[in-house]
Write a protein of this length. Sequence first.
Length: 331
Amino acid sequence: METRTARGPHVGDEGVRGALLRIWGAVWRIGLYVIVFAAFAVVGMVMAQALGLPLGGLSLAGVAVSLLAALAAAWVMMWGVERRPFASLGFPLGPAAARESLVGTGIGMALLAATAALIAAAGGAVWGPDTGTVGGWLRFAAWTLVFFTVAAAVEEVLFRGYPFQVLEREVGPWAAAVATALVFALVHANNPNVRPLGLANIFLAGVLLAAAYLRTRSLWFATAVHMGWNWAMGTLLDLPVSGLEIDTPLYTGVSTGPDWWTGGSFGPEAGLAATLVLTAGTAWLVRTPHLRESPDVRRLGFLAETPSPGPSPQGGGEHGDVAVAGEDARA
């Protein structure tokens, strides 16, 4: 497989001062992004409230406002600071986008299915009948598909989008993956029924999703993996999603095994079964030959492969490049 390089620090070549300047370049860019995102989010919430739209709980309007704010802030930074097209953040428009979205959704659902199978095989979960109708289930499934897609897109833009990619450029891909996964876990620390293993697994999920982005350079793909996991867990299996109850019509999922294995009231993400699947899933994503960058990505390039604008010293680092199998590796 052909590889491409992303710029990262080589302290021996550029010296400590140069490395510190590179880190500072990442810090101020990420800080500015957060400020711009917060400003757009406040404006969006004020407008939503003026329109009488609900913003609390599992509100589609609330996550939509967050997504629009995250995308707008990323556009400002890509256009105003990086001088790069917005699509090179990971949302290229082309035939690969639909393919990556479908494959990513399937991978996310398969990972969750493997977790649920481990839990059920040990007698850790059962499903029984509940109130509802088939029509009600179909409407609920469609609504939650939209909700989980938007919610996943918010988190991917924030945690594998501009901040991650700037950090990758300055400190390398896996340091960026670990740092952003830590923050990703911490923002879930106040979720209902949270427990230490749940936060550890959310950290592992952050690393897995970073691998999904790094192998394809596609936020379409990473978002789809994220959404497929959550939608299968909350809607198809009626299990809590990071402590949040979804309550699917027609049937209900009940945890019957020990919390350390099943995750208990937090959901599968707080159980050892998820730890095993997330670890294996990350290893597969890193090593599989079936994922690589699409021709659309190769035409646009990606943020981490370009030098920082401005006088900061430049270094180099390597990572595998990586389109969903079936795409030509060259545009």
